[in-house]
Design a protein around this ligand. Structure first.
Ligand code: ASP
Length: 343
């Protein structure tokens, strides 16, 4: 028998019609009852919270992180599944991934159609997630959706309503789930995990400000005034803004705010190509470029580095390590994936 802990957090996979719209209301056991559990898999359900994921706070994500670590403290547990709203699933999955050093996987899934839809996707996604939870090793946190397994890092919600909701714009999936088996296609390098923050840690404010034509530095400066300890600047193109914003970045960094630059473009990395307020100047002003991380996950990298470290200098060191695009990986012999089980 394989053992999986399912942590239920809400989302459409737990939603029903409320008369004027959908909202999460079902407990984890009800979500599980919507479909089948793979043969030889035993499930324990943890009802952590029941919210639509656009309402999540850092506090929720910290509770989730600790619930995952509590579940994995039991050596009998083979893997963890988290049922989650799709809106911010890529944020929570990446958050958990950055603190994850266990060989056993944490598999995030959800649904695009509510629990009470006759032809919904909840049952299939949950079944595939359970299979993946007992099959993968050394894959960290992953997202299983519509028959595909994606590394949490780099994966984004790509469609508002389509069942194939997730994808990595810069790479293929890790694997597929078909006919009751998980088949693995590639490995993704793993970074050493961040130290786990204390339970009930104070949560730093980290904001996202998007650049656009005619933008000035008012919103960026407002984030600094609101007490942000980190800001993700979502640049145009390969991470560009303008000279006024580059000056605002310099002031913020000098005041101890971590600034990271991502892009509003769907695919590709930010790169120091342009001056005149472009990524060359933003980097010179002290901002860190976030590679191919899209804005939501770039924010999570900044947040996690701040939560994991006590002071600004160590947060900077950790953030640079998290953003390193060519990380040191474990030797190949230490990486393995086991075959899928269950039919
Ligand atoms: N609004 C929902 C949520 O993120 C969407 C979903 O779960 O698919 O909770």
């Amino acid at each position: 028998m394989r053992h999986v802990v399912v942590i239920s957090t809400g989302g459409t996979i737990a939603s029903r019609w409320q008369g004027d719209g959908y909202a999460a209301e079902a407990a984890g056991r009800e979500v599980l009852e919507a479909g089948a559990v793979p043969q030889d898999v035993e499930v324990r359900v943890v009802d952590l919270f029941t919210v639509n994921s656009s309402r999540l706070t850092t506090d929720h994500q910290l509770r989730l992180l600790h619930a995952v670590h509590d579940a994995l403290a039991d050596p009998e547990v083979d893997g963890v599944v988290v049922t989650h709203g799709t809106d911010t699933l890529e944020e929570s999955a990446f958050f958990v991934d950055l603190f994850h050093g266990d060989r056993r996987p944490v598999v995030f899934t959800g649904a695009q159609q509510p629990l009470d839809a006759a032809d919904g996707d909840a049952a299939g996604n949950l079944y595939d997630a359970l299979l993946t939870a007992v099959s993968g090793r050394d894959i960290g946190a992953v997202i299983v959706f519509a028959g595909q397994v994606f590394a949490a890092r780099g994966t984004v919600k790509r469609h508002t309503v389509n069942a194939r909701a997730f994808g990595d714009p810069d790479g293929p999936p890790l694997g597929r789930v078909e006919f009751g088996r998980v088949s693995w296609g590639r490995r993704q390098p793993r970074r050493a995990p961040l130290p786990l923050p204390e339970r009930g840690s104070a949560t730093p404010r980290v904001d996202i400000v998007m650049h656009h034509s005619d933008a000035d530095s008012v919103l960026f400066d407002a984030a600094v005034s609101a007490g942000a300890r980190g800001i993700v600047l979502v640049g145009t193109g390969a991470g560009n803004a303008n000279p006024e914003i580059a000056d605002a970045v310099r002031r913020a960094v000098a005041g101890g705010v971590r600034v990271a630059v991502s892009t509003r473009v769907a695919a590709g990395a930010v790169a120091p190509l342009y001056t005149g307020g472009g990524a060359v100047d933003l980097a010179a002003a002290g901002a860190l470029l976030t590679g191919t991380l899209k804005p939501g996950q770039a924010r999570i990298a900044v947040l996690a580095a701040l939560l994991a470290t006590g002071d600004a200098a160590s947060a900077d060191v950790e953030l640079r390590r998290l953003l390193d695009t060519a990380p040191k990986t474990a030797p190949a012999s230490e990486l393995y994936l086991v075959d899928g089980v269950g039919h």
